[in-house]
Write a protein that binds this ligand. Structure first.
Ligand code: NAP
Length: 272
């Protein structure tokens, strides 16, 4: 029988997960399908239970359900520490939550930069993605500083991670001390593509700039970074692929073809 996977969220119609996972299923000749389901927050529990009772093989969870979904599943220790999940498996007899965002960001950075131990990293944002990334980078030995519009949220994460925090004032000064700048806010995301928290004159030549926003692929922040002639820029597509690949492996035990998934995502984004 065909295996069914899906992503729940609201809104979810623009999710690239179906394109990405279906490309992997096709490449591996698997009899499986991945669909997107719009689920308002008040139906999160019903949706998870429903998918479980209908025999779904796995779920992803996206905005704005990543935190609330954690209340309705058992979860691994890391997901519980982060306080959010993006993946649910049903293999252990109960819905079981995982968070693959942080490990994906860490892998992307390690591939691009090498060991990130003792690197000074400034993370913009204190939402679900920022929290997961901060957790993994701090665990890998990076010196993490979190800057957020709502400073209390940054302070709350920092207190759990031995990280430092700030609001968005004087960002240029904080960037001076940073080797890696990560935008983990939604600023710059479609349709507000001209927005950025950081412009070229706030950057320096030794900076690596990683924007986890992937729609558009080249955000205003990345364009500013190129203008400033920074050391390296990294877009959000690889992280999207790596978090999806980690979920795929949790569900199936099979390592999916990441190159196929990345091509499918970049093609879909170029058609938007
Ligand atoms: P979230 O939980 O809603 O957090 C949003 C963050 O953005 C918060 O820190 C928020 O600050 C900040 N923010 C929003 N509007 C702002 C503004 N106008 N000025 C300053 N800060 C602002 O969202 P999330 O799940 O962490 O996702 C954040 C972004 O990452 C989204 O664009 C998402 O698509 C992307 N993402 C990419 C990947 C990937 O694989 N590449 C994975 C996950 C997420 P406050 O706390 O002050 O509200």
């Amino acid at each position: 029988m065909k295996e069914v996977y899906g992503v729940i969220g609201d809104p979810v119609e623009h999710s690239l997960s179906p394109v990405m996972h279906n490309a992997a299923f096709e490449a591996l000749n698997m009899d499986a399908i991945y669909l997107a389901f719009r689920v308002p927050p008040e139906y999160t529990r019903d949706a998870i239970r429903g998918a479980w009772s209908l025999g779904f093989s796995g779920l992803n969870v996206t905005i704005p359900l990543k935190e609330i979904a954690l209340s309705y599943v058992s979860a691994d220790e890391i997901a519980r520490k982060i306080g959010a999940i993006n993946t649910i498996s049903f293999k252990k007899g109960v819905p079981f939550g995982h968070n693959t965002d942080g490990i994906a960001a860490l892998k992307v950075l390690e591939e691009a930069v090498g060991d990130i131990r003792e690197k000074h990293v400034l993370i913009l944002g204190a939402g679900g993605a920022a929290k997961a990334i901060a957790f993994y980078l701090a665990s890998a030995g990076a010196f993490v500083k979190i800057a957020n519009r709502t400073a209390e949220r940054a302070a709350e994460i920092a207190s759990k991670l031995n990280a430092s925090w700030t609001d968005l004032e004087n960002l240029k000064e904080h960037i001076k001390d940073a080797e890696i700048l990560i935008n983990a806010t939604s600023v710059g995301m479609y349709p507000y593509v001209e927005n950025t928290l950081v412009t070229a004159e706030m950057m320096h030549h030794d900076l690596i700039v990683f924007d986890i926003v992937y729609n558009p692929v080249e955000t205003r922040l990345l364009r500013e970074a190129k203008k400033a002639d920074v050391k390296m820029t990294i877009d959000g597509v690889k992280m999207l692929v790596y978090q999806g690949a980690a979920a795929f492996e949790i569900w199936t035990g099979v390592e999916p073809p990441k190159d196929v998934m990345e091509r499918a995502v970049r093609n879909a984004l170029s058609d938007l």
